[in-house]
Write a protein that binds this ligand. Structure first.
Ligand code: URA
Length: 263
């Protein structure tokens, strides 16, 4: 059906209807799905002739993760990486997103925080962790004197996500989406070269440690991409489960101690 709506307006309408409880899409006119299409005359098998060379074997679609790896490897700096990610066309999430959310903060920071994926607010502003969870994240790190806008590397944070595009309805990223975007994350970490990584929540742990179960992983230093990595509760989880803030505070103190030791 033709529509005068653009993609984002149509999606906003659909999301509104889902929020109201709609669970099925129904067409304007009924469709008889038992109606069989009229039998079409069978096409004659093609006879290869001198002026009609035989059809070529279909070209196999490239592996999206390999395409990402090649594109990421060519990026010589963060600007190049941001451009390579914005130009990557193999992830369906990109079609539904308004912006490619790359990173925020100070790339010279000793601490690089890796979250899951942008939400609605992040998608609108083009920056990671700027919604409610982001405000929580800022408050958490402020408690140990770290901030994304700090100029000094030892007081600063650099923040990114496993996925740069918002999944519809904030659903969990699929393993395929994570696998295809992982080469970009790996290159991102290599270019920033922080002293430590903070892995916010299960998606980040699954992607970089190959494990999830944040309740067990949190508070235990691990190694990801050859760097010390601290899994922590995601701030969105802390907003829903304020009783877990005590553990998050312990983790922040562990991070602070580690940064002091390795100065
Ligand atoms: N949650 C995330 O994991 N990342 C964001 O950028 C925002 C919310």
């Amino acid at each position: 059906m033709e529509s005068h709506l653009d993609f984002h307006a149509a999606r906003a309408l659909l999301e509104w209807q889902v929020e109201l409880g709609a669970t099925e899409a129904i067409c304007d006119a009924p469709v008889n799905r038992f109606d069989l299409p009229e039998a079409q005359p069978r096409a004659k098998p093609a006879t290869p002739a001198a002026d009609h060379p035989p059809a070529q074997a279909p070209v196999e679609a490239p592996d999206p993760a390999l395409v990402a790896r090649d594109a990421a490897a060519l990026a010589a700096d963060l600007e190049g990486l941001a451009a390579a990610m914005a130009a990557y066309e193999h992830c369906e999430l990109k079609r539904g997103a308004k912006t490619t959310v790359f990173a925020d903060g100070n790339p010279a920071a000793r601490v690089m925080v890796i979250g899951e994926a942008p939400g609605r607010e992040e998608d609108m502003q083009g920056k990671p962790f700027v919604g409610r969870a982001g405000q929580m994240l800022d408050r958490m790190f402020a408690a140990i004197n770290l901030a994304r806008d700090a100029a000094r590397p030892d007081a600063a944070l650099y923040i990114t996500n496993i996925l740069p595009w918002r999944p519809p309805q904030n659903r969990e990223p699929t393993p395929e989406e994570i696998a295809m975007m992982l080469p970009f994350v790996e290159r991102h970490v290599a270019l920033v070269n922080p002293d430590v990584l903070v892995l916010m929540g299960n998606v980040s742990c699954q992607a970089l440690l190959g494990r999830k179960g944040i309740t067990r992983l949190r508070g235990n230093w691990a190694t990801a991409l050859n760097l010390p990595a601290l899994p922590m509760f995601h701030p969105a989880y802390l907003l829903r489960n304020p009783h877990a803030k005590r553990e998050a505070w312990n983790d922040l103190l562990m991070l602070q101690a580690r940064l002091r030791e390795a100065r």
